[in-house]
Design a protein around this ligand. Sequence first.
Ligand code: ZN
Length: 398
Amino acid sequence: MSLPYRLLAVLVLSVAFVAAPGCDEPPTASADTPPKPKEQAPLVTVHVFDKNGKLVGPVKMPAVRLSVEEWKKKLDDESFRILRRAGTEPAHCGDLLDNKREGVYACKGCSLPLFSSDAKFKSGTGWPSFFQPVADVNIEERADNSYGMVRTEILCARCEGHLGHVFTDGPRPTGLRYCLNSASMVFTDADKVKTLADPFLEKKAKQPEAPKRAEVVFAGGCFWCVEAVFEELEGVYEAISGYAGGAEETATYGQVVTGFTKHAEAVKIVYDPSKITYKELLAVHFATHDPTTLNRQGADRGTHYRSAIFYANEEERKAAAAFIAEHQKKLGPDRKIVTTLEPLDPLVGFYKAEDKHQDFAAENPNQPYVRAVAKPKVEKVRKDFKDKLKKPAKDGDK
Ligand SMILES: [Zn+2]
């Protein structure tokens, strides 16, 4: 065949395809995606049915990616040819073309809901036609310039199965005509949509929630003691000795003990608020230090031994103020609480103390100060907050 004749043949073929009605297109091998390992499936955002038969979303979930062999196993030959090989079924032949029942049309490859009977209309093209999907995000659109035509291919957003094409000659309200292959979809009657409940939602609901984390900073004298007290509590991930209320440059033990840095020896408590609440932490703090002695705890004197609550936000400030007001009533008018409420912000934050001060009481149980001051506090928390402890306190422990 000489070149002009070949060109003519291509032209004639192109015209034949363009002239074909609706979504009549020849099969191609372009739509099949190469198999990817399942763990690399990207996330897609779609709408799915829950167990009550309600369409919910947007929900982020992994895309469905199977190998060619797996798709062949899952699908009948005709559905494989259409969904995975971008094929087209003959016009007027699909079993869903004249389906007038109320219900939902879902992807045959992955069961993602695609269209509702509410949006189905008689287009006269010979293929099931809809003017809109159940959710725009459930349908992926791709330019399709094959066979000399400019068309928009539609695919399932979760498994990338080829569904058909979308055209702009549809009825109101959208003016769109989604032209589908029956073999790419499964129909479910309206009273049975609960059976389309997406297993991913169930799986997600069963997943334990990520552990919660919150932080508070309390001061109440020597940080060795305060830290030792809070380490005892269930729900406390860690208690860290440090300095709060002053500048970062002076947050060293040597400078803080001079009393001129504005710092207080403080403890940052990192905890799970679903296991122990802020108010419960306050209760432990006020039970294990003396909030009525100004700039002093026992024999320890100086502003760096002051009783203080460092609050990170207004909610904490209010909760601490309310707790103090309540606690004041219990102590009576003669024992005035002098605990300060001080803001903890990015400029005046909490600075972790030197390593030798971390876990000091636990590491040095026989140190005279620890025996005299920290031990009684730990014993008190074990006695008074039995139900809040990490493990039951044993007699003679420590
Ligand atoms: Zn699908």
